[in-house]
Design a protein around this ligand. Structure first.
Ligand code: MN
Length: 201
């Protein structure tokens, strides 16, 4: 896809979003909480010099039974992974953006083949999002492609979803130290529900 669509939608003289840039060659992922006209989470995976991007209205769920709609959107520059702030009114995606989670990812199998086939399996190493996930393409609608983001059953599966890591009063991600605490200190009933880690495969 490249960055042409990304650039066409934006006027970099009036939005603080990066036009380009960022260090290539890694496998970073980022999730941003974006208070645009419709609140959503942006899920981004670095591949081939860009961030492949999906808008996930309800945010990722850690429950393998819950499939979250993920609308494929335009590739973003790698520099976008650290973007936080306000996109001013009148601009595409106007509203506040916070980084919700970041880290690295690894494809299970070949990422390009998986993307093309509409089934991309991967492991996330973030502060919030961890373990094994899949994106499954369900429908092509012209330029809008619809996918589902689904957690696989593993040691990180559970009934939580992304909003467990968001302050309900401010609707901003809770502090990183607190995000880590949510994982480190599950309530007793969460612990009872949490499946045992799978045997090494
Ligand atoms: Mn967005």
């Amino acid at each position: 896809m490249g960055l042409a669509t990304y650039a066409r939608k934006r006027d970099f003289s009036s939005t603080p979003e990066p036009a380009r840039g960022g260090r290539r060659g890694g496998r970073i992922f980022v999730v941003q909480l974006h208070h645009a006209s419709h609140r959503h989470f942006d899920f981004r995976l670095e591949l081939d010099g860009v961030l492949k991007s999906w808008a996930v209205p309800k945010g990722p769920s850690f429950d393998p039974a819950v499939k979250r709609l993920a609308m494929e959107v335009e590739d973003h520059p790698i520099a976008y992974a650290t973007f936080e702030g306000d996109i001013p009114k009148g601009n595409y995606g106007a509203g506040h953006v916070d980084v919700f989670d970041s880290g690295t990812w690894e494809a299970i199998g070949d990422a390009r083949t998986g993307l093309a086939a509409g089934e991309l399996k991967f492991v996330l190493h973030g502060d919030v999002l961890r373990g094994s996930w899949v994106l499954v393409r369900t429908r092509r609608q012209g330029s809008k492609q619809q996918w589902l983001l689904i957690k696989h059953q593993d040691a990180y599966a559970g009934e939580r979803d992304a909003d467990a890591f968001v302050d309900p009063k401010t609707d901003r991600p809770i502090a990183l130290a607190q995000r880590r605490k949510v994982w480190a200190g599950p309530r007793r009933r969460d612990r009872a529900r949490r499946p045992r880690p799978p045997a090494a495969a």
